[in-house]
Design a binder for this molecule. Structure first.
Ligand code: SF4
Ligand code: SF4
Length: 102
C-alpha cells in the first residue's frame, strides 16, 4: 500500500530535481522557520536541507515534517523565493515511503 505513496511529481508541488535546486539555493537565513506556526522544538535549516531528499531522517525533523500542515506561511518570507512547503512535502512522502513516520 505504501508503494502507492512513492514520490510522484504529479501530486507534489515540485519535482525532486526542482527541490534539490532549491535546497542548493537556500542561504540558510531561517526566515521560513521563524514564520512557521508548526515549529514545536529547535530545528535547524542545515538539518532540514540535509535530510529532505536522501539519507536518514532524524526524529526532530520527522516530528516537524509530520506537524507541517502545508499552510504555505514559510514561502513569502523567503528572500530568495524558495518553497519550504514543497521541501516539507517531500519529507512527508519520504517518511511514509521509508516507514519512519509511524
Ligand atoms: S507549510 Fe509547513 S513548514 Fe511551511 S509554514 Fe506551513 S507548517 Fe510550516
Ligand atoms: S527562508 Fe528561504 S533561504 Fe531562508 S532558510 Fe528558508 S528556504 Fe532557505
Amino acid at each position: 500500500m505504501l508503494r502507492m505513496l512513492k514520490p510522484n511529481s504529479i501530486i507534489l508541488h515540485k519535482t525532486r530535481p526542482q527541490v534539490g535546486q532549491e535546497i542548493q539555493a537556500c542561504i540558510g537565513c531561517n526566515e521560513c522557520i521563524l514564520a512557521c506556526p508548526a515549529v514545536a522544538e529547535p530545528i535547524t535549516i542545515d538539518m532540514l536541507n540535509r535530510e529532505t531528499l536522501s539519507g536518514p531522517i532524524s526524529e526532530p525533523v520527522a516530528r516537524f515534517a509530520r506537524a507541517c500542515y502545508q499552510c504555505g506561511a514559510c514561502v513569502s518570507p523567503c528572500p530568495v523565493g524558495l518553497h519550504r512547503d514543497s521541501m516539507m512535502l517531500w519529507l512527508k512522502v519520504r517518511l511514509l515511503s521509508i516507514g519512519s513516520g509511524e
